[in-house]
Design a protein around this ligand. Structure first.
Ligand SMILES: *[C@@H]1O[C@H](CO)[C@@H](O)[C@H](O)[C@H]1NC(C)=O
Ligand SMILES: *[C@@H]1O[C@H](CO)[C@@H](O)[C@H](O)[C@H]1NC(C)=O
Ligand SMILES: *[C@@H]1O[C@H](CO)[C@@H](O)[C@H](O)[C@H]1NC(C)=O
Ligand SMILES: *[C@@H]1O[C@H](CO)[C@@H](O)[C@H](O)[C@H]1NC(C)=O
Ligand SMILES: *[C@@H]1O[C@H](CO)[C@@H](O)[C@H](O)[C@H]1NC(C)=O
Length: 349
């Protein structure tokens, strides 16, 4: 650092002068001739000038950073993660296409939640003669031990979809679009896709029943509808979006990212249109922008509310009639599921 060097030089210069002063204190007045004074003034002057210049340079650099954020972001459209998939699930959708693929956004830390989901609603099963499969969407971690753990987990359970991008909250749009890409390239024979999270409970029985009852196979998109949302401009918020990132006053209609369901043709169309859409780190809003461009309307799955983006209190009778709810711990996944399935075996569900 320039500034550091300058300060060091200044201190050393002063130290030198100070020691000279001590050593030759008696002769100081005599030696304090015009040349010495000139050297002192030059030293101090140079240090000040050099400090001033490096300060100016730093300031200029910072102004440049700001400009970068302000003027480059709005022109950035979404870019897919290039390259092949690092991990793929074990399925051949040509041979035995599933009816519904549940894609769960997850990350390294949530291995307990993944285990709970594998043992409960995420286990591969037939519901009303329809095949349901669940896969996890993961990015990469910079820690190689963790990366190796993910590879081991993938080889063991064969239910992980992974590409090479750093797994952070602000990369959630990349994660969702990786799932959409996987559907488009590997499983467009499926009928429906649900995107959800690791802390969500899904009643796959009721979801399947409602999808069959609805009987919509194309251009269908549902979830917890958000029709009149607007960007949060408070910098402290987790959902803060700058005017530069999204200049609009309102968002297009979208569904809460905690859980939404689409017919598979919509996934392919989102994949197709995505690279012409401005990037926004809020993945559910991004999907809303794609749907807006595709002119696909959101629809309710049922006249009653069935998607709950918040925590709700468990009871068997209530959970029999919901599709999903949020903020569920791994231990709760197990207990909710066990209660629900016990009822089902009694023939109530
Ligand atoms: C990498 O991850 C492992 C497992 O979580 C942890 O024990 C280790 O300390 C991490 N290493 C670094 C350098 O953070
Ligand atoms: C998102 O992932 C990309 C690709 O790995 C990485 O370069 C970038 O830093 C990540 N962004 C954030 C905000 O973490
Ligand atoms: C899957 O995608 C391929 C290639 O885009 C297309 O030809 C085919 O019709 C699609 N299949 C279904 C079931 O949509
Ligand atoms: C489902 O919709 C199709 C037309 O899209 C119709 O032919 C069929 O009868 C419907 N099935 C049921 C069970 O409503
Ligand atoms: C993808 O988009 C292009 C135009 O951008 C369109 O011509 C093409 O039909 C689209 N393909 C699919 C499968 O929707």
């Amino acid at each position: 650092m320039k500034t550091g060097g300058t300060w060091l030089g200044l201190l050393m210069g002063q130290g030198l002068l100070a020691s000279r002063t001590r050593h030759f204190s008696s002769e100081w007045i005599n030696m304090m001739d015009f040349t010495k004074l000139k050297i002192l003034v030059c030293l101090v002057g140079l240090s000040c000038a050099s400090f001033w210049f490096s300060y100016m340079n730093l300031t200029k650099l910072c102004i440049f950073c700001e400009k970068n954020q302000n003027f480059l972001l709005p022109t950035q459209t979404f870019r897919r993660i290039q390259g092949s998939f690092l991990q793929l699930p074990d399925i051949d959708c040509h041979k035995n296409p599933p009816f519904l693929v549940l894609l769960v956004a997850s990350s390294y830390q949530h291995s307990n939640a993944r285990m709970a989901i594998r043992q409960t609603w995420g286990k591969e099963r037939m519901v009303a003669s329809k095949r349901l499969v669940t896969y996890f969407l993961l990015g990469t971690t910079v820690n190689l031990t963790q990366q190796a753990d993910i590879t081991d987990e993938s080889q063991k359970y064969k239910d992980i979809i992974q590409k090479d991008f750093i797994d952070t909250y602000y990369n959630l749009t990349l994660k969702t679009m990786m799932g959409i890409e996987w559907i488009h390239k590997f499983c467009n024979q499926s009928s429906f896709v649900m995107k959800t999270d690791t802390d969500v409970f899904v009643n796959v029985f009721y979801l399947t029943e409602l999808l069959l009852r609805k009987n919509r196979t194309t251009r269908f998109f549902t979830g917890f509808l958000k029709l009149h949302e607007y960007p949060i401009r408070d910098r402290g918020s987790k959902w803060y979006v700058s005017i530069e990132e999204y200049p609009g006053k309102t968002y297009p209609p979208f569904c809460s990212g905690t859980g939404y369901v689409l017919s598979t043709d919509v996934a392919s169309q989102i994949y197709n249109v995505s690279e012409s859409i401005l990037f926004i780190k809020l993945e559910d809003v991004f999907i809303g922008l794609c749907l807006d461009k595709l002119n696909i309307q959101l629809e309710e799955l049922h006249s009653e509310q069935t998607f709950f983006p918040e925590k709700i209190t468990f009871s068997v009778s209530r959970f029999k009639k919901i599709v999903m709810c949020h903020k569920v711990k791994p231990s709760e996944q197990l207990s909710y599921w066990n209660h629900l399935v016990t009822e089902e075996h009694r023939g109530v569900l």
